[in-house]
Design a binder for this molecule. Sequence first.
Ligand code: F6R
Length: 602
Amino acid sequence: MCGIIGYIGNKAAEPILIKGLKKMEYRGYDSAGLCLANNGKLLTIKRKGEVNELEKAIKNEKIKESKYNIGIAHTRWATHGSPSKINAHPHLDSENKIAIVHNGIIENYDSLKEILKKDKVKLRSETDSEIIAHLISKFYKGNLKEAVKKTVKLIEGSYGLAVIDKQANKIIATRNSSPLVIGVGKNETFVASDPLALMSETKKIIYLKDKQLAEINGKDFVIEDYIGNEVDFEIIELKLEAAQIEKGNYKHFMLKEIFDQPQSLRNLLAGRLKDEEIKLSLNLKNKKWRRIILCACGTSWHSCLIGKHFIEKYTNIPVEVDYASEFRYRNPVVGKNDLFIAVSQSGETADTLAALREANLKGADSLGIVNVVGSTISREVNSGVYLHAGPEIGVASTKAFSSQVLAFLLLSLYLQQEKGEKLDKKTIKEIKRLPQLVEEVLKTNQQIKKIAKKFNSINNFLYLGRGINFPVALEGALKLKEISYIHAEGYPAAEIKHGPIALIDKDLPSLFLATKDELLEKIISNMQEIKARGGKIITIANEKRKELIELSDYVVYVPKTTTELAGIVNSIPLQLLAYHTADLKNLNVDRPRNLAKSVTVE
Ligand code: F6R
C-alpha cells in the first residue's frame, strides 16, 4: 500500500528518499514520485511504474544533489483514479508553492471539492489527495503548520500526511488512522509511513498518534495536538538488522520467509515456554469472559479459525471469529464481558484497527496478536502477544501465519494454566519440537516443485480439509490464488457433496489434507467421492496408508504430530506449492498484481 518518506537535514535529500522508497516497494504500489525543495522552488518528479523508473527520470533531470536538503516522496497504490504519472504523488497546489504526500482515503472528498470549485481551483489529477494541497494553499497565510491544521480539521477519513512548502525550511507531518513515524537522526529528521524505510538512516523512531502533528526543521522538532499543546513522546530504538530485510541467497522474499519458519517459531517460543509452564505477561482486565471474539482479515483471519479450535478446547469459553470489515459496521453486540482479540501481521490493517476501536469503545477487554512492534494495533490493545517473526516482506503472508497459529496455542494453554489446570505434557513436548518438525517438512520442497510443474497450467484448484485442516485448506487456496492467479477454493471436505462436487472433472484437481486425526476415515471417504468422478488428487499425509496411496495421484508426506500442530506443519507444503506454481509461471511472487502488503485503507 502507499508509502511516505520525508527528509530534512544537512545531506542531499534525493538519494535518501529513493533508498526509502525502495525499502517500501514490498508494500505494493503502482507509481512513485518525489518533491525536493530549495529556497523558493519546488522540484517535482513522478513516474508510473517502478521506483527505478523514477530514479532514471531523476538522473535525466541532472539534479545538483547538494542543493536539496529537504524533500518528500511517495509510492502510490491506486484508490481514487488509475495508476498514472498525473495521479502519482506528491501533489501540488495551483501556484506550486505547497507539496503533499498522502496515505489514506478522504471520505468527504466530494464536499471538499465543492469548496475548491467555488475558488475556481482546477484539479490536475483524479485523486482525493490533491485537494489537500489546494486546501492548505487556501488557508496558507505564511504559516504552513496552521494551514495544515485548518485543512485536516475539515477532512473526514484517514490520512498519513507530509507537507513541505517552497520556503524549504520545514516538514509538517500528521496522521489519522494511517501510520506515520518520525525518524530521529543527528542534525537530520525523517518522516515515514513504515519504519523499515528508515532502517539504514536511523533506528530511533517516534510513533505519531492520531491527530498529532509534528513540525520538523532538521535540527529540531515539536509534536503537538491540533489545539497546539505540545505532547509527550517516546523515542523507541528499533531492534532490526539490515539482513532481516534482505533476500540473502533466496530468489524471493517469500521463499526466504517460508524457510525462516523454524527460526521465527523459535523466536516466538523464546522465554514463553519454560519447563512445563507458559509465560505470557498479559495485562487482562478479567479472565471470566462470557465470550472471546477473534477478528482479523485475510490470512490472519484463517489463523483465527484455527485459534477458535484451541481456545474452545482448552478454556471452554465460546469463541466467535469475525471478519474485521464485517464486525466494524454491524453495530456488534460486544461489551465488558467479552475478550476481543485482534490479529494482524502488520498491526496497521485499517479494518482490524477500526474493529478493535469499536470493541474498546464498547468496553471489551482487548488483546493483540501482532508481528510489527510498535504498530498502531499493538499500541491500542490492553494486552498483547508479539510474534517476533521478523519483517515479512513478501506480500503473501507465510511465517506470520505459522506464528499466529502458535501464538493462539500458547495463549489457549496459558488461559488453561491460569484456571489452575495442568497442561497436557504431550502437547508441550510437541510445541518444543515444532521448529524441528518444520525443518523436516521443508525437505519436501523439491518434491513439491515437481508437483507444481504438473499443475501450473490448470485454471482451478480445490483445497479440502476437515477440523483444523479446513482453515489450512482456506489458507492454502488463498496462497495459490494471490500469487499464481489460479482460481482456488478452500472447502470443508464434507461440504463438497452439497454443491461443488458438480465441478469435479479431470481438469479440477483437489488437494486433500489427510493427516492422521479423528477425522481421517471421513476424509478418505471424501477422497473416494472425488476419485469416483475422475478428479485428480494431491494428498498431504503423515502415514503410508494403502487407501490414501491408491486414491492419490501424488502424496506429500509430512512429519507426524498432534492434531493442533498439524495446522502449522500442513500449511507449509501449501505455501511451497503456491510459491513454485507462481515462480514457474514467471510471476512477481513477492509483489503480486493489485495487492498491497499492509492494507491501511478499508
Ligand atoms: C495474504 C495476506 C493478507 C493479510 C491481510 C491482513 O497472504 O497476507 O490476506 O493476511 O491483508 O493483514 P494483517 O495480518 O497485516 O492485518
